[in-house]
Ligand binder design. Sequence first.
Ligand code: GLU
Length: 494
Amino acid sequence: MRDEKYYTDIEAGIPTGQFRTRFAPSPTGFMHLGGIRTALYAYLLAKKHEGVLVLRIEDTDQERFVEGATEVIYDTLKDVGIIYDEGPDVGGPVAPYVQSERREIYQAYAELLVSRGHAYYCFCDKKTLDEQRAIHQASNTPHKYDKRCLSLSKDEVANKLSENISYVIRQNVPNEGKVHFDDAVYERIEVEVSTLEDQVILKSDGLPTYNFANVVDDKLMGITHVVRGNEFLSSTPKHVLLYQGFGWDTPKYIHVPQIMRNSTTKLSKRDGDAYYGDFIAKGYLKEALLNYIVLLGWNPGGENEKFSLAELADVFGVEGISKSPAIFDYQKLNWLNGVYLRDMTDGEFHAAALPYIRQTVKGDFDTMFIAKVLKERCELLTDIPEQVGFIDKLPEYSNELFINKKMKTDAENSKEVLNEILVTLQMVSIWDKETIHTALMELVERLDVKNGRVLWPLRVALSGKAQTPGGGIEIAVILGKDESIKRIGKALEK
Ligand code: GLU
């Protein structure tokens, strides 16, 4: 499914016409869900266009660097199946893929831009810059560097450099005019250049700023499609000016909407809902989580919302990406997680659920049967220990539990019915679901009552709870005949 319009000519070393996209995280902590979504969209587009996904580590901001964060990025991407074709740990034709290893490249390109007049050396010290800022503040005008170093002559610059005066290199933004670009999601974006500052592109420590390194690398790595969060929309005009300064074509831009908890707040570390690892710890399946993440900001355009990674590579497309913020919906995530759990075979579910069952069920029970019962309603594996807690030990419960308006039960009629149930169950010789069911349905008929009049008190007596995975009959099977009879006897004593 090649789409010719996406193909552009790029640098040597990279096959001509190759569709190349990238994920360019900064290693500043754990993997944010928004980061995974960006990586996923970039990966899917690459797959769809038989292209390449590049992983590039943007670590030039030394202050924000977090030890171990790069490994978290590698591990998380591999864990969810986002396999990148080129990257620091897998190599590729345009290595190195870690920005801190590309220092000389940025210096050379910054100097190239200076020689073309689109950048200049700035020797202003902190004091000078603070004074400028104070003047702007006093006159209530938006602060912008006043370009004073632009007027330094070549000789003046050479002298200062030879005196080893500390400097930065700044982008020389034109004084007037407009700059625009076309985004696949947000369409045409146009800004007055007068709103942009002559930003620093190379810092005094010789390292590039994000904006500069990002542009140089996207070009040198042959990136044809840039997928990233819409928080970068406001930086893109500056990037476009840099491309123009170099005389390069810009890549295609695909900015994706923010992920929000609600209409005003973002997902946050503090609330434990920002990081991939938080969700895995909460018991979500990674396949379900990834499926949910793809839907945050992308609409598949049909009824089906459950997609494997392989299916997504076919159906995913830029057309479905929305401009509006994606609101994170736990209910939907839980539902989807439940769908994935139910789609497992009984064996798979048993294997996944067993560690959770065993947290509270230590006795000798048929965990395969327990798992079968759980599977029908389970949304989250981590709910299981609490749900099956009554199996080992009947919890204390109050007689009020027998009152159920819908079933028309109360403590009094439940007692009568439980007496009948006791006799009925004592006579059941084959202790399985069908036989118990038949026996109890005969009882329902004989008493001439609705099912609930029998099944509700049975469930309460066996579990001490109003809500259980499975109904009274299934619980009876799990507990076995002796324990079931014992618990009904206990209820009758109450
Ligand atoms: N390093 C930037 C970030 O974290 C990359 C932005 C981009 O994709 O251009 O998030």
